[in-house]
Write a protein that binds this ligand. Structure first.
Ligand code: NAD
Length: 415
């Protein structure tokens, strides 16, 4: 990211303040909405396989809980510091409000590179971290889920560690394996929601999805399921990438085969299909739709002038910097913001939590249909506001979400 760009937290605050200006929200309410309601910083000591002790920094930030229990993923990454976690927690508050599910916003983080730890070390780290935050989480308090660097196995360990102290409570975490009360469709949900939203936005722009070209950056949980779903509905996925490399085939890639290779080899490296390009080139390909589904800040003031896609779906959190967003706005490129585009994950987490509480499992068809309903409603709330006020989808999404949270605070009457 260029030095002059805002950080992720500054970016989240800037969008928030702009929506408060638009909604004419007073200074006192701004402070209530801006500041995390609770932050916990924990030291996580782990006995490593070689007998040495290593201490990791962990965080749980509960940004706002006025609309329900806090909800948000846990990220295992070296960059997951307190400011990073604060920014992501705030995004969760707006995301749950925008798609109108009964949760607040939170995020967790542990500063660790998971690839450096063995499975046994990750298990011990997860149990210790869960123990350190267990007094502030729970099915009616705060419900963690997977994010970058964590997965269904991590959630199984979290559920077990929480349950040892508090009794069986599968609703304490979401994104669990199916065998432990996970929901059908949860693993694919974020990528599927990305595709649902892309189809809605494309239709609105008069862009035919069948045969449209898409480039996807990131081939992890979100990117791979977005690619699979796009291919399923007839979109031509012409480029994909991960942290190791990117591949481009103007005729379209066979996503099933690429996925098979990536699962077998652990990355896209050595993938025999398409022409090798780098991640920067992927972002500037001449495609209809661009889906950044990896990390933050990849579209910045340096490359935004060269972006050729007509539509960008922010599958990752905060992949476009504040400065780049201004450039894309000036250039008339439609951006579907993260708080809408990747809300499919938290929507199906909500379904998982509801199923756990009711001890009743839904079929996958029901999950996917309800996901489509909720994310479409979020899309139309956003788009109606954008059209009515002549503002961007991001400005509209923030305005709808911030207004919903402010209204809930007023109605509760605690200030
Ligand atoms: P993941 O760890 O499963 O996958 C991340 C992918 O990005 C991997 O393919 C990795 O190789 C790639 N990557 C990492 N650094 C890169 C780089 N510099 N350039 C190109 N590719 C790079 O993570 P995920 O769960 O798919 O999450 C991706 C993004 O989506 C994150 O921003 C996350 O917060 C967001 N998100 C995830 C979910 C979810 O349900 N998993 C929900 C909402 C939002």
């Amino acid at each position: 990211m260029p030095d002059t760009e805002l950080t992720m937290l500054e970016t989240a605050h800037a969008y928030f303040n702009e929506s408060c200006d638009l909604l004419e929200i007073n200074e006192g309410m701004r402070q209530v909405l801006l500041n995390p309601w609770r932050e916990l910083s924990v030291a996580v000591p782990v006995r490593m396989d070689n007998g040495a002790i290593q201490v990791f920094n962990g965080f749980r930030v509960q940004h706002n809980g006025v609309r329900g229990p806090y909800k948000g993923g846990v990220r295992y990454a070296p960059a997951a510091d307190s400011d990073h976690t604060r920014a992501l927690a705030m995004l969760m508050t707006w995301k749950t409000a925008l798609v109108d599910i009964p949760f607040g916003g939170a995020k967790g983080g542990v500063q660790v590179r998971p690839a450096d730890l063995s499975t046994a070390e990750l298990n011990r780290l997860t149990r210790r971290y869960t123990g350190a935050i267990s007094h502030i989480i729970g099915p009616n308090r705060d419900i963690p889920a997977p994010d970058m660097g964590t997965n269904a196995q991590t959630m199984a360990w979290m559920m077990d560690a929480y349950g040892q102290a508090n009794g069986y409570a599968p609703g304490a975490v979401t994104g669990k394996p199916i065998e432990l009360g996970g929901s059908y469709g949860r693993e694919a949900a974020t990528g599927r929601g990305v595709c649902d939203v892309a189809a809605l936005a494309a239709a609105d722009m008069g862009l035919e999805m069948e045969g449209a070209t898409v480039a996807i950056q990131g081939f992890g949980n979100v990117g791979s399921f977005a690619a699979l779903r796009m291919a399923e509905i007839g979109v031509k996925v012409v480029a994909i990438s991960d942290a190791t490399c990117a591949t481009h085939s103007p005729a379209g890639l066979d996503i099933d085969k690429v996925l098979e290779h990536s699962a077998r080899e652990g990355s896209l490296k050595g993938c025999p299909w398409g022409e090798r390009i780098n991640n920067d080139e992927l972002l500037e390909l001449d495609v209809d739709v661009l889906v950044p589904a990896a990390i933050e800040g990849v579209i910045n003031t340096r490359n935004a002038p060269g972006i050729k896609a007509k539509l960008i779906i922010e599958a990752a959190n905060s992949p476009i910097t504040y400065g780049a967003d201004l450039i894309l706005k000036e250039r008339g490129i439609t951006v579907i913001p993260d708080i809408l585009a990747n809300a499919g994950g938290v929507i199906v987490s909500y379904f998982e939590w509801a199923q756990n509480i009711q001890r009743f499992r839904w079929r996958e068809e029901r999950v996917n249909l309800e996901l489509l309903t909720l994310i479409s409603q979020g899309y139309w709330r956003t788009t109606d506001m954008a059209k009515e006020r002549g503002i961007t989808h991001r400005e509209a999404a923030y305005a709808v979400a911030v207004n919903a949270v402010a209204t809930a605070i007023e109605l509760r009457g605690f200030i």
